[in-house]
Ligand binder design. Sequence first.
Ligand SMILES: CC(C)(COP(=O)(O)OP(=O)(O)OC[C@H]1O[C@@H](n2cnc3c(N)ncnc32)[C@H](O)[C@@H]1OP(=O)(O)O)[C@@H](O)C(=O)NCCC(=O)NCCS
Length: 165
Amino acid sequence: MSAAEARSYTDALAEVLLDCVAGGASVSFMAPFSIEDSKVFFENAVLELAAGKRILLAAFLNSQLVGTVQILTAMPPNQPHRGEVTKLLVHRSARSRGVGLRLMECVEEAAVRAGKTLLVLDTASASAETIYVRLGWTRLGVIPNYALLPDGEFCDTTVFYKQLK
Ligand SMILES: CC(C)(COP(=O)(O)OP(=O)(O)OC[C@H]1O[C@@H](n2cnc3c(N)ncnc32)[C@H](O)[C@@H]1OP(=O)(O)O)[C@@H](O)C(=O)NCCC(=O)NCCS
């Protein structure tokens, strides 16, 4: 999505993030998390999209926005080839239908178009791990107690990378 497109879909993007946090996903935010909090996150993301510092993809089912993922592209001067995948989010009502997998396939294409040859990410989601392994990402290992779940419990994170052709 361009910054303008993402701006016009802010409400729908915010609904997806809100649903994921409500479902207990460890994606930066703690409970209580409101739709306003979620909109603020995407309003800031839109500013970074406009500045060329991130890429945002969205997935639609029957014309409804049900998923999204981002690549952070602004890296230090010695890592221009690297991007970080973040906020792979699929609304609970649309899960286990391949949306997450398709978003991750598209992430690779978008990263290559942006001149990236290396992607990294970390995840606390077993379902996401399935996708990354299936797409040939290398699983580096687990960092215990890396983050908190929305309810305040510690969770581990698993670190992955993928070299792009
Ligand atoms: C992780 C997440 C994005 C996966 O989204 P998804 O759209 O359900 O992903 P997919 O459908 O592509 O794959 C997920 C599962 O469905 C299965 N699947 C994929 N395509 C399928 C299909 N056509 N029919 C049935 N099942 C399918 C996959 O094998 C996978 O199985 P598993 O999770 O039981 O191991 C989603 O669970 C989510 O948003 N979680 C909360 C946020 C989060 O933790 N994100 C990860 C941050 S790194």
